[in-house]
Design a protein around this ligand. Structure first.
Ligand SMILES: [Ca+2]
Length: 218
């Protein structure tokens, strides 16, 4: 039975409508991809932000300039003066003889007979090339080197890695602040106790003053 032109037209419209909807759906899928793509792109700023995360902090020496006074950062001990805070970290009131390199405080090892003075603190060194920097003054009445002196070392358990020696005699006196640097690259990424030890015998005074101990880039 032949359909009326109206009926055909309606059928055709419905078919076109189906095609149209299918086309739109298809077009929607096509359009959906960039939307999905944009969704993924939205994560890019997160990836960009990642380098802004704080890098591993450089190793620092706690109270390296001693200006926080005794009892901060360092362990102090002296066989003669005891192991209480202040045995080694001193505020210098009379700066006419020795003025601190910074502020008012220094570490003062020696200065008494038959003594072993030790200043120490644990340090963790980050990866990378670093140096230990410190300033010192040395005074001694010893005419012959070797009687009084000591060492700067990294200590862990029974292991002692000597970084440098401290000579205390007339020939090694330093009446002005003298800055020294020691390469710490072999110890990158490791945790040690930094230890400064000065030993004196029973005659003729020797003094070793230290200030401004820090870790600096190589
Ligand atoms: Ca100081």
């Amino acid at each position: 039975m032949p359909r009326s032109p109206q009926a055909l037209s309606a059928l055709c419209s419905a078919f076109l409508c189906l095609l149209l909807h299918a086309g739109l759906a298809q077009a929607g899928q096509v359009q959906a991809e960039p939307v999905t793509g944009l969704g993924q792109a939205a994560y890019l700023p997160l990836a960009i932000r990642q380098p802004d995360v704080s890098p591993t902090p450089a190793a620092t020496i706690g109270n390296g300039n001693f200006e926080a006074g005794p009892g901060s950062g360092w362990a102090e001990s002296s066989t003669v003066l005891g192991d209480k805070p202040g045995a080694i970290i001193k505020e210098l009131h009379d700066t006419s003889i020795v003025a601190p390199r910074s502020g008012r405080y220094v570490a003062w090892l020696g200065g008494v007979h038959d003594d072993i003075s030790i200043l120490s603190q644990p340090i963790t060194l980050p990866a990378g090339a670093l140096r230990l920097e410190y300033a010192y003054r040395a005074y001694s009445e010893e005419p012959v080197c070797g009687a009084d002196g000591g060492e700067l070392a990294l200590v862990r358990g029974e292991t002692v890695n000597i970084l440098g020696s401290v000579e205390l005699c007339l020939a090694t006196e330093r009446e002005e602040w003298t800055v020294r640097q020691i390469d710490l690259a072999p110890y990158a990424g490791q945790t040690w106790t930094l230890r400064l030890r000065v030993t004196t015998n029973g005659s003729l005074y020797s003094h070793f003053f230290v200030d401004d101990i820090s870790i600096v880039p190589n």
